[in-house]
Design a protein around this ligand. Structure first.
Ligand SMILES: Cc1cc2nc3c(=O)[nH]c(=O)nc-3n(C[C@H](O)[C@H](O)[C@H](O)COP(=O)(O)OP(=O)(O)OC[C@H]3O[C@@H](n4cnc5c(N)ncnc54)[C@H](O)[C@@H]3O)c2cc1C
Length: 282
């Protein structure tokens, strides 16, 4: 990893300005991608290799009969010798009881502005198209897209309804405009959100459930765009080769411990967020 440090003035020349710019650190490798294009590329490669992909097939239950998995989805039943849990933050406890109480799903939220004019971009010296993270505990992540729209992301709301998502997006718009005040009159064209998976291990968990043909890969702690496909590749080697070992860091191998008193997961999250919010203000 190659790092480079920039003073406030230096970063103003190559990165951006704004109210909360105090200097920066960059590291390689690292660059932005369009995750949807990436996903469609992987799906196409899988299809070309003969994989059948079924969309809109939510798995409701998995049972076992005569050594085979009976996978019940809305509308169809599939029989399989092996199954992989790869639903990350969207995992709902009880589909695989041995994986229960290990994931804290957290909402991450994104807003996107209308395309900025050249003047508006210049007004904050926004030069880089690289993704930027600030160093708040509850950090903002942002980047200038190729069509000059500005993408701004932060932790999402705690409710998960359409209303709470809209409120959170409005709130994030205020936060964004506080950091980049010259964009006060810029409208937000899009907002969306999704779930990321936090675990007690704070690192991905990849492996196989002992004495069963259930494989898993989850817990990317909000950094799964590159890690999830890499994990999938490593897991595939384990599944296809029937080898007992994954040739990966010990940190990633095996399951995380369960959350203590798992029903309190949302409460724990609220406590941590309140603490971080307080720290970020001071
Ligand atoms: C707003 C936001 C911004 C993010 N930004 C970044 C970023 O900048 N960089 C980064 O590295 N990561 C980022 N992440 C995290 C990243 O998106 C995830 O880590 C990554 O998508 C995990 O990939 P995955 O394939 O394991 O799971 P997911 O992409 O979450 O996909 C899981 C899939 O499982 C499906 N599923 C769930 N339950 C069932 C079921 N019962 N039956 C059938 N299907 C089911 C879901 O519909 C979903 O399609 C962000 C996440 C969000 C929400």
């Amino acid at each position: 990893m190659k790092q480079k440090f920039f003073s406030k003035e230096e970063f103003n020349e190559v990165g951006h300005g704004g109210i909360e710019q105090y200097g920066a650190m960059s590291y390689k490798p690292g660059f932005a991608i369009n995750p949807l294009k990436f996903l469609l590329g992987i799906a196409n490669a899988a299809k070309n290799a003969g994989v059948k992909i079924f969309q809109k097939s939510k798995v409701i239950k998995i049972e076992k009969s005569k050594g085979k998995f009976i996978i019940i989805s809305n509308g169809s039943i599939i029989k399989a010798n092996k199954v992989v849990m790869a639903t990350n933050g969207f995992y709902k406890d009880d589909i695989f009881p041995k994986l229960n109480n290990m994931i804290l799903p957290v909402i991450s939220n994104i807003i996107i502005t209308r395309p900025l004019t050249t003047e508006e971009i210049k007004s904050h010296n926004f030069i880089t198209n690289n993704p930027v993270l600030n160093i708040r505990n509850l950090l903002f992540y942002y980047r200038l897209l190729k069509d000059n729209r500005f993408l701004f992301g932060a932790r999402g709301d705690l409710v998960g309804s359409e209303k709470s998502s809209l409120e959170k997006s409005k709130n994030m718009e205020l936060q964004m405009k506080k950091v980049f005040p010259n964009w006060n009159n810029v409208n937000i064209d899009f907002h969306w959100r999704g779930l990321i998976a936090i675990t007690t291990k704070f690192s991905p968990s990849i492996g196989k459930i002992e004495d069963d043909e259930i494989y898993y890969s989850f817990g990317y702690q909000a950094n799964g765009v590159n890690t999830a496909p890499w994990s999938g590749n490593e897991l595939a080697k384990l599944i296809v080769s029937n080898s007992k070992n994954l040739n990966i860091s010990k940190l990633y191998k095996g399951l995380p411990s369960k959350f203590p008193f798992p029903k309190l997961r949302l409460f724990y999250l609220k406590l941590v967020l309140a603490y971080y919010k307080y720290m970020d203000k001071n």
